[in-house]
Design a protein around this ligand. Structure first.
Ligand SMILES: Cc1cc2nc3c(=O)[nH]c(=O)nc-3n(C[C@H](O)[C@H](O)[C@H](O)COP(=O)(O)O)c2cc1C
Ligand code: SF4
Ligand code: SF4
Length: 316
């Protein structure tokens, strides 16, 4: 980090001021004021407007699709990613930036319970623009963006932009993962679409994708039914003792914190999000649900590691 006073900066090159004038972008450097009032300069590899510290992305993700896209967006817009599950374990959840980004999967056409809880509790006092990315496995739309819009409206804020992105489907309890070839195709398309989201968010566009090709009422019934039964779905998991090596990975993956090891084997309490992180993530395929999951392929986004999905407060 090079330190320069304002006078020498004026002599040395072209400066661009951003809207808030807190940060400046120099042709090849990030420039900000340090605590002594001097200007600090750090070389940067990309060009474009300086957006760091302006945007936080919060994600909820069982198998990495939403986490990966949140990281992509944070990398292209400048910002940081935070796990909603970890944030909700704190006493207060506050977003310190003007732009709030959310990335999460579509569940039964609607919001995961944890995402709803996050949207209802996060402190929005500094937030001026909200953008949401919903990853989904193939159903034609849903209610998630509408549900979010209503929650933010009830809190005096607007959901400014919302997008659905098709990614590999991960609901192993109901179906097998797509073939490798299909996964690659979906991932490539997802990468392309996320660039469109980045453009919209950078320009702070007001735009929400249309949704709910199924009649809204039908989605509402399906979603309500699932929400009522969801907490007890953890009772459907079982462990295959011959495969379990007591590594504790499933405990660290669970966003609800409802798995514990007893006599070396996982035991589930009620309160499941149905994220599939435990069954998909067990390195020994020792977790099953029902009779069909044994033969089904496990899925995790190829660029997301198990450690990335751990809910233990590490920096990602
Ligand atoms: C409980 C559950 C319900 C799901 N419901 C839907 C759905 O209604 N429509 C859909 O297109 N995909 C659905 N999916 C698939 C996920 O939304 C999709 O695979 C998502 O990208 C997973 O994101 P993640 O890897 O960040 O967890 C569902 C998955 C789960 C686990
Ligand atoms: S992740 Fe799998 S092997 Fe490890 S403790 Fe859990 S069930 Fe056992
Ligand atoms: S028990 Fe499994 S599916 Fe349920 S919330 Fe925990 S990790 Fe997700």
């Amino acid at each position: 980090m090079v330190r320069l006073c304002r006078k020498s900066l004026k002599r040395r090159g072209r400066l661009f001021f951003d809207d808030s004038a807190t940060f400046l972008l120099w042709t090849s450097a990030e420039i900000g004021y340090n605590h002594k009032g001097c200007i600090s300069v750090r070389p940067v590899t990309r060009t474009g407007r300086k957006e760091v510290n302006e945007l936080n992305w919060y994600y909820f993700s069982g198998t990495g699709n939403s986490l990966h896209l949140a990281r992509q967006l944070a990398a292209s817009l400048g910002g940081r990613t935070f796990s909603m599950a970890e944030e909700l374990r704190k006493n207060t959840v506050s977003c310190e930036t003007e732009v709030l980004g959310l990335a999460f999967p579509l569940y039964y056409g609607g919001l995961p319970e944890m995402v709803e809880r996050f949207a209802r509790t996060v402190d929005l006092s500094k937030v001026r623009y909200v953008v949401a990315v919903v990853t989904k496995g193939g159903s034609p739309g849903g209610l998630a963006l509408e549900q979010l819009r209503r929650i933010f409206k009830s809190r005096g804020k607007q959901l400014n932009a919302g997008f659905y992105i098709l990614m590999p489907a991960n609901y192993i309890a109901l179906y097998d993962a797509p073939s490798e070839e299909r996964q690659q195709k979906l991932l490539r398309r997802g990468e392309a679409k996320v660039q469109e989201v980045a453009v919209a968010a950078r320009a702070k566009l007001d735009y929400c994708e249309k949704e709910a090709l199924l009649p809204g009422l039908l989605w509402r019934i399906i979603y309500r039914f699932w929400r009522i039964r969801r907490p007890k779905k953890s009772r459907l998991f079982r462990v295959d003792s011959s495969r379990c090596v007591s590594c504790g990975v499933c405990v660290r993956l669970c966003p609800s914190g409802i798995i514990s090891l007893q006599e070396g084997e996982p035991v589930w309490k009620d309160g499941c999000q149905e994220c599939m992180a435990c069954i998909q993530g067990c390195p020994h395929q020792a977790i099953q649900r029902g009779t069909k999951t044994e033969s089904r392929r496990r899925y995790r986004h190829p660029l997301v590691t198990l450690e990335d999905l751990f809910v233990d407060g590490r920096d990602r």
